[in-house]
Design a binder for this molecule. Sequence first.
Ligand SMILES: *Cc1c(COP(=O)(O)O)cnc(C)c1O
Length: 378
Amino acid sequence: MEIVKPVKRNVLLNPGPATTSDAVKYAQVVPDICPREQEFVDIMTQVRQDLVKVVHGDPEKYSAVIFTGSGTIVQDVLVNSLVPQGKKICVVNNGAYAARMVEIAGYYHIPCVDLKFPATGLPDLAVVKETLEKDKDIAVVAAVHHETGTGVLNPIREIGRMAHDNGAVFMVDTISTYGLMPIDIAAQNIDFLMSSAQKGLAGMTGASWTVGNIAEIEKCKDYPTRSYYCNLFMQYDFFDRVGEMHFTPPVQTMYALQQAVKEYFEEGEQPRWERLTKCWEAIHKGLEEMGLKTVIDKDIQGRLVVTVQAPEDGRFDFFKLHDHCFEKGFTIYPGKMFGVETFRLCNLGLITEKDIQDFFVVAREVFQEMGYTLPIAS
Ligand SMILES: *Cc1c(COP(=O)(O)O)cnc(C)c1O
């Protein structure tokens, strides 16, 4: 990949889009092409195969179905396409992204069992089990692997087992883990997972996909069609027969995704996870040294997002912290929790432990400017 001119590097510590390589950025600069050309269809086909490979899916059993849109489009597609007539979806809801799937079900008037649990902890599996055993109208169980809103990692293998024990299909939002944390789709009892190009693979925004169980996709051909553009079977069928998306794909985003997938395999699943784990450890170390507290127990964190509790003495100013960091090339993000003021530090992209250490140099300066003596006394 020719890097014509290095692009200013920003360290994104927000929950996606993530920091990307220059090669991914430049991959988008290609001759104009009609996506119906065989040359582009071949790229689509190769990328779809690779997207199944990332999660160790058997290509005979699983297929990647791509849509043009941000991650939420796959939540929309799966929620509206997988529920048979007269059946229900059950959402294991302990955070903002699970709540979004409940909301989508509401928009489509799909009966939904909203199993709410506190956002700061894990779902109560006994309640999930009991619910699935009692309500035989539940045909689909949905959960979020890693709640990006808080950093909680959910026990999806166990939830998937319960779904299957009760004859339900299991769909998981893995948008903030795919391409970051090792995932084995079959071993983790997943029928459908989700991902989006600008998150774990560190590509460009505009393409999102499910890797799904082909037998289950075939079944949903006969389910109610609740959306035209966001219908799973329609899109799968077009890919299967013609090798293309039904409507215009995000052409340049696909070139970037092809490069991002290449970089994923070059780095390797395990080395990538180790790099990110080091970033996460550096975040905890930096916070501890500043005397800042985290909200979620460390042992239930997914190692990709840390929710930080803001000091409550009136001197803390998130916007000041954000703006100063932004100027120095670091982007941080407000929290997504009720009741407490928080902010989040996310390590989803192409960043290193050194980036985190550099971030803390800047963060410490701002805290001192706000009048704190470090470490902050509790
Ligand atoms: C980012 C994300 C999404 C999708 O959000 P978009 O804004 O549509 O990209 C969905 N679920 C999770 C867990 C996410 O992290």
